[in-house]
Design a protein around this ligand. Structure first.
Ligand code: KIV
Length: 275
């Protein structure tokens, strides 16, 4: 009798991340492609297929133009490239703000077609009812408060939030309502110092900060930003690499080799066999 033992790795899920409240900080990064997901998988607890893909990969000016189809395609790639980290897929602008039924139809498409473990929505007063509707029907939801990139056209740019008292109170209320609606974790983006800690203390679920200080239960960055792929990054990004320079140097070396007929060399060509 033959036994087929498959090595199985259990993928982290919403309850695992929720249980990390107040514990070892949760490591999160964005991922949009299979090879990058493969590299990040062993280091991250959670990978977000962020709608930032529109700006980072597709050259869009903001995330408003990102479609459900784009999110599904990139979600599928990240799931193929990873085995262990929880994968969360952003719901794009226009896919969850209408009726709860429409939000559920779009969220279930993402879950079924990608196999991801959860969706993320930019939260607010008008969104919490839809979060509750999704969670009650089996869709784990991550919230997102503070700077909401999908509101860029209303806000007139990507501006840090919570500098004024009334705004601070509103964001705190939105975070509380998001947690009460059933979100398993909340991204806190671009808020003034002190507010992230206040939110973290006020909600029972983990907070994941980006431009939000160390007072969160975890951190997330756009991977391509922290790897130094762009010539400009926001103030809150720490660059852990300089891929832009490295890629530039590598491509220049290749171009030189091609122009001088040094590439391909004998090691890089096929030889005919005798006979
Ligand atoms: O779209 C995204 O990448 C995000 C992160 C910045 C949190 O929402």
């Amino acid at each position: 009798m033959s036994s087929h033992r498959q090595e199985t790795v259990r993928r982290l899920a919403a309850p695992d991340i929720a249980a990390r409240k107040g514990g070892v900080p949760i490591v999160c990064l964005t991922a949009y492609t299979a090879p990058m997901a493969e590299i990040l998988d062993q280091h991250c607890d959670l990978m977000l297929v962020g709608d930032s893909v529109g700006m980072v990969v597709h050259g869009l000016p903001n995330t408003v133009g990102v479609t459900l189809e784009m999110m599904i395609l990139h979600g599928q790639a990240v799931m193929r490239g990873s085995r262990r980290a929880m994968v969360v897929v952003d719901m794009p602008f226009g896919s969850y703000e209408g009726s709860p039924q429409d939000a559920f139809a779009n969220a279930s498409r993402i879950m079924k077609e990608t196999g991801a473990s959860a969706v993320k929505v930019e939260s607010g007063e008008t969104i919490v009812a839809n979060i509750e509707y999704l969670v009650k029907r089996g869709v784990p939801v991550m919230g997102h408060v503070g700077l909401r990139p999908q509101a860029v056209l209303v806000d007139g740019g990507f501006k840090a939030k919570g500098k004024l008292d009334h705004e601070r109170r509103r964001i705190l209320d939105e975070a509380r309502a998001t947690a009460e609606a059933g979100a398993f974790a909340i991204v806190v983006e671009g808020v003034a110092e002190g507010l992230a800690r206040e939110i973290t203390e006020a909600v029972a679920v983990p907070t994941v900060g980006i431009g939000a200080s160390v007072g969160c239960d975890g951190q997330i960055l756009v991977t391509d930003d922290m790897l130094g792929l762009f010539d400009w990054t926001p103030k809150f990004v720490r660059r852990y690499g300089d891929l832009r320079t490295q890629i530039g140097k590598s491509v220049a070396a290749y171009a030189d080799d091609v122009r001088q007929r040094k590439f391909p060399g004998p090691a890089e060509i096929y030889f005919a066999k005798a006979g």
